[in-house]
Design a protein around this ligand. Sequence first.
Ligand SMILES: O=C(O)CCC(=O)C(=O)O
Length: 292
Amino acid sequence: MLTAEQKQFFADNGYVVVRGLLTPEEAALYRRESHDLAHRLSAVREIDATWGSADVAAMGKKTQLLHCHDVHLQSAAFSRLLLHDRLTGVAADLIGPNVQLHHSKMFIKPPEKGSPFPMHQDAPFFPHENHSMIAAVLHFDDAGLEKGCLRVVPGSHKRGLMPHLPEGSWHLPTDEYPVSEAMLLEAKAGDAVFFSYLTIHGSGLNESSEARTTLLIQMRDPADPPSYRAHESPGQGMMLRGLDPTCATRPALDRTPGGDGTFESLGGSGMTSVGMAGTTAGATDGPMAGKM
Ligand SMILES: O=C(O)CCC(=O)C(=O)O
């Protein structure tokens, strides 16, 4: 699925952009699914997930980020997307042959006021021993500079796990890592960006007249164990490609209400009333603290 050059680019830079991973028709279908889902959810609860630390990049503007964690629980269309052959094929080229789901999350940055993400690594939220974790961001509409597209610091995955500030969700100091100085990854509907959970990334404010709609899918090698139990969510462990050679040894989740390993005690699944709304609500030990 990836060329040798693309694999080398990922190894050197910690990210790779795959153009046209989804067809225009698929992107349009999932854009509709995402907006319909946001509509259904907003009718019953608050789904804004703006990070408390986003205000610097938002330049004090009141912004909004519509969000749903674990979309595969909300619609079968999303479950099918997680198993999409081109998606899992690229993931397998980067971390394979086996690819396991960690979690999924939809983001809609509404027009004119779509929240930015301060620069950060994903690793502090759910560290793993072998750092196999990657994110795929699937774009369901065009995302250019004005829409607050993704930005990365190329090669930053080689710096290892960096200290993050905890306030308003884990992020790097905004004066040292301004969003505006990171490399823009402008995308068209159907494009996908894959990046390591060690790659420093973030995104800007959506100031355009159109929503920016994405799905982020976090995936790992099933043989890469979490450094500690954090950010466990429903559906985690589902095999997206290949097999799990460790299934016999991985500890089962404790489903006792309030017990270790329950969704509530581990910071929520996005399905609860507090959800994952960019706060520290429900977070337990470690820097999980409401990771979106
Ligand atoms: O979707 C974006 O703009 C960035 C998302 C992100 O950085 C994250 O969820 O960790």
